[in-house]
Design a protein around this ligand. Structure first.
Ligand code: SD4
Length: 345
């Protein structure tokens, strides 16, 4: 276990990007290393592009839901991203299935799981929220709803993803073994691949807030590579992959979803904040809880949480080193940071 001092020492800034700046508070955030005054916060370094889209939507007068949807749509459409939307790695049977949730702080929730043949799962989730009496549609029903709503039907499996899947099939073990989806990939990919690690970290969880502290969030993924057919992780489940509560804050997660779902991780982070913890303390608490609960079972497993409070204070913490996140302040300035981790490796 690592002391708080060394955790803070291990925080690092990876890069800073400036977007069009309709507001003017850049200096304040720069002075705090980008970890306060956040307006948009998202998982992983590729979140910077998602934040830019979300921020632009807010700056153009869009709602928080417009903003988080716009942000989530960026990796969903990116063919280089193999864990969200188009070109996501398929399940063991070769089907790309998507999970997504969108949530505001006034009780609005929409989610889909095991959605097929539709690039923008987050937009389908939004339609569930806005146009059905339900909060969650899955599988064939979700896919049919997407068609009924006019979302184009499109195969999500790209030649590159299919090749990786076929390579994996050569050694695949068809048993519900945690993390087996991240072993035995093409040789070129194998070395750096750990659950939620360098080559397996493309789920996006995104939180946004307005100046008066209202909040919304989105989370979208194709889930773990080569999962069992029907497997749903944390991402689309309210309270696991995402949770937002007015006046308290929001949280989102990434990594091996089973470990988050087990403890309703994002709801737990927000509950800690409701109880008085800072966003950072709340993220640390849930990660420590998972580690204590699971012991050796989470060796080599990555789980990461982000949290945002209504004043724009950020929390970020994970099990293993390597979890990065993107913070955009009110000036539209985005900083990519490394989260502190509980374990060193
Ligand atoms: C899942 N949490 O389906 C997602 C995967 C993920 O980075 O976050 N990968 O378990």
């Amino acid at each position: 276990m690592t002391s708080r001092r060394s955790l803070l020492a291990s925080l690092g800034t990876i890069g800073t990007f400036s977007l069009a700046a309709p507001f003017s508070k850049a200096a304040a955030a720069a002075a705090t290393g980008g970890r306060s005054g956040a307006v948009v916060l998202s998982t992983w370094d590729f979140g910077a592009a998602a934040n830019a889209a979300a921020f632009a939507r807010l700056a153009a007068g869009g709602s928080l839901i417009d903003a988080v949807e716009a942000g989530a749509m960026v990796p969903e459409a990116d063919p280089a991203n193999h864990s969200v939307g188009y070109s996501g790695y398929p399940d063991r049977d070769g089907h790309v299935t998507l999970d997504a949730v969108i949530m505001d702080d006034a009780g609005g929730v929409g989610a889909v799981a095991a959605l097929e043949d539709t690039v923008h799962a987050i937009s389908v989730a939004r339609r569930v929220m806005e146009r059905t009496p339900h909060t969650f549609l899955v599988g064939e029903g979700a896919t049919r709803f997407a068609r009924d709503q006019g979302f184009p039907q499109q195969s999500l499996l790209t030649p590159e993803s299919e090749k990786a899947w076929r390579e994996w099939l050569k050694t695949a073990k068809y048993q519900p073994e945690a993390n087996s989806e991240v072993r035995g990939l093409t040789p070129a990919r194998t070395p750096a691949r750990t659950p939620g690690g360098a080559l397996d970290h493309d789920t996006i969880g995104l939180l946004a807030r307005t100046a008066d502290g209202r909040m919304a969030g989105a989370c979208t993924t194709s889930g773990m590579a080569f999962k069992m057919r029907g497997r749903v992780g944390d991402s689309p489940q309210v309270g696991s992959g995402l949770y937002v509560e007015a006046g308290v804050g929001g949280a989102t997660s990434t990594g091996l979803g089973e470990e988050v779902t087990r403890v309703a991780g994002s709801a737990r982070v927000v509950a800690s904040m409701r109880g008085g913890a800072t966003a950072q303390q709340a993220c640390e608490e849930v990660v420590r809880h998972i580690a204590k609960l699971r012991g050796d079972a989470i060796r080599g497993v990555q789980v990461g949480f982000l949290a945002l409070d209504p004043r724009g204070n950020v929390g970020a913490f994970c099990l293993l080193p390597g979890f990065t996140y993107a913070v955009t302040n009110a000036a539209g300035r985005t900083t990519v940071l490394k989260a502190a981790s509980l374990f060193k490796a």
